[in-house]
Structure formats: C-alpha cells, structure tokens
Design a protein around this ligand. Sequence first.
Ligand code: ARG
Length: 463
Amino acid sequence: MKKLWGGRFKEKTQKTVESFTSSLSFDIRLWKYDIEGSIAHVKMLGKRKIVPMKDVESILRGLEEIGEEIQAGKFKFREDLEDVHMNLEHALIKKLGPVGGKLHTARSRNDQVALDLRLYLRDEISSILKLIKGFQKALVSTAEKHVDTVMPGYTHLQKAQPVLLAHHLLAYFEMLARDGERFEDCLKRVNVMPLGSAALAGTTLPIDRKYAARLLKFPRISENSMDAVSDRDFAIEFISASSVLMMHLSRLSEEIIIWNTDQFAFIELPDAFTTGSSIMPQKKNPDVLELTRGKAGRVFGNLTAMLTMMKGLPLAYNRDMQEDKEPVFDTVDTVKACLQILTELMPRVRFNKEAMAKAAEGGFLTATDLAEYLVKKGMPFREAHEVTGEVVAYCIDNQKTLSDLNLNELKMFSELIGEDAAGYLTVRASVDGRNSYGGTSKKTVLARIKQIKSEKWEVRSGK
Ligand code: ARG
C-alpha cells in the first residue's frame, strides 16, 4: 500500500518501523475531533475558493459518512496507516477518488494534531469541571449534616484543637474550588486555534483562519505558526492542574483511610465500596481510597513524562511529540474516574459522631482556650501559654481533664481565673468560640455554607 506521503520514497517501510511509529492504538480517541476539524477546514477552503464548492460538498458528505461508519463500528482502522489522521484521509480518498485529496490543502498533520488535541481537551476540561462541582456538592451536603459533629483537629497528626466535621470537610471544598479555577484558567489557553499554521511556517494559499475559528468556536487563533505546531504547554498545564487536584483527592483519601482504622473508628465505609481479603476473613479494606491515593502518583508521572519529553526539542514539530497523547489521555481517565467514585462514596460514609466527640474530649484540646481566656483578662499571651502549660501538667499528674478542674484548683495557677473560666473549657464552647472569619464555630461554618449555596454553579464549556 502506497503511503499518502510516499512520493519521494523508493523502498517500502519496514514492518517493525510501521508498528513502532504507529500512534493509532491511542490517537484513535481523537477521531471525532479530527472530523470536526476537517469539516471546518474544508468549509474554509470552499469559502476562499481554494477548493470548488462542489468538491467541498462531496468532502463534507464523505466525512459525515466516515463518522457514521466509525460510530457504527463498521470502519476498518489500519495500523499501517500510522495514525488516526491518515486513516481518515485515506478513507476519504478511497471514497471520493482524487477529490478526497483536496482536503489536506493548506494543512499539515502538525497543525491538525495540535488542533485535535485542543478540541479534545476543551471538551474533557468541561466534563472535569462538572465532576469537580458534583463532588463539591457532595462535600457540602455531607458538611451540612455535620454542623454539630465535633472532632479533634490535628497538626502533626497529634490532636490539636476541636473542630466541626463540617469545617474539616469544607476545607476540601475550598481546595476543589481552586482546582476548578485552575482548570478554567487552563481552558483559556487550550482554547486557541492552531489550524492554518500548516507544517510550521503558514501557507502561500489565501486561507481565512478567523473563519475556521468561528466555525470551531475558538475565541482566539494562534499568533505564530511555529509556536502553534510545536507548543504543548496547554497540555502540560492541564496535567499540572490535574496533579494538584489528584494531590488533594489523595490527601482526602488518606484521611478517610485513617478514620476508617479500628484505632480511630471515626467512620464506617459501606460494604459496596470496600473489598475483602483473600486470606483474612475479617478484613474490609478501603481499596477505592487507596487506589485514588495511588493513582495520584501516575498523574504526577504523566506530568514529569511530558515536561521531560518537551524540554530538549528544537522548534518546530518533532515526532517525540506523538508521546504527548498517552499521558494526556491517561490523566483525563484517571481524574474522571477518581472524581466519580469519590462523589458516589461521600454520601455513603457513615460518621461515628460519638467516637469523634470522645476523641475530642481527651488530650487537653481546650488548652489554647484557657490561654486565650487569660489573654482576655489582660495577661500577655506568652505568660498565658506558660500558665496553661502548668495547668496541663497538673491535670496529667492527677489524671484529670481541663473541664474536670474546679475553680479552686484553677486559681492555684492564676488569680485572673474566675467562675466564668469553666464556660470556656468544654469542647463545645471551644468550637463555638472560634468565630473569627474562616474559623470553625457553628456560626461561621453555617455562614460559609449559606454563601456557597448562593453562588453560581454553572460550568464553562469553552465553546
Ligand atoms: N501522529 C503524529 C502525532 O501524533 C501526527 C503528526 C505527524 N506529523 C509528522 N510530521 N510526522 O504527533
């Protein structure tokens, strides 16, 4: 079979070279976008009279038929045709004869593949944005149910101060909001049309790039043909935004894994989301969360792969860049799968309020509250810290909690301590007292939930 680029070749391509260079097995995913791009391109060629209108119409019909054949599973993709672009063009020529060969006028696979990848990512980013919002909604509705659930907040994985479970969950809501912003911002740079850059230098033919961009709903076209065919930073940005998102999902997974241990027993996971052990009958493992944590690693790996692949490439297109697609596709699949499964899981996690409350009682979590009480009575904070430390040491020696202490005991440490101190030393009082903006009190958390619910939730599509 003669290659579409075969003119100057005397020898047939080695079979092993064909399979080594073929990208069809993965770029087949781009077929819909390749057709969409070709449709806009040929309409533009017609408008500019570069290709006669009757040929444009045949090509459009041909492309439509090819699309239907692929959809119906009837299209025969051939690996020896290198990639999805060659497969579709070859099929068109087979259908229409030499007229089919007019489609590739003023175009190169270099601008074609850059276009396809951008069209693909534009759609996928908008699906990911929807999934992020969906997961955020699940977090907010779980948080709403737990505005009275008190738990220990941790630093260094040591109990630190009591917080509301709602506050803890909403911390992830905020992370996801920033993740969404990162994807939206990345979308602006994905949404630039490279078509019309041709191989690297533009074309002598009188094309109209802005017209093609309007058809493809691109708000911007690229300014430099060499940049347009050789840049993949839009894809790197996408994987970078995905990496930060996966890092967040991984941290949340890790927390749920810890909460699910017998030692913590803060939650119970539904049977439907856990798996058993093939040897230990008692086990119920949080595999979904472990896999999410593990999959973060593969997305970070994709980012490293892309940066490394690009860093040494001279302008403009180099075949190395064919290696861009698998990391992008794998990232899209991984991010979507993790968001989907966590969104399904979240409403089914059963929180053990009693265990959380009990954990918040021990460990002198209200010590800072006593120090702040003394500050309110006029003591400098450093001194208050010292005094409170002595109170804690006394409690440890006498096996008491802070709220067990009576007024006489407290007064041994400072004359400033009065009757009202007791009201500050319970876990609940500690939480409710933290009503600084962004703090954990029920009042501030409820205010944040109200604000979140009043925000707009629609997702940008980029089109
Ligand atoms: N399959 C190639 C890729 O994915 C398409 C571009 C090929 N361009 C070329 N000049 N060989 O990057």
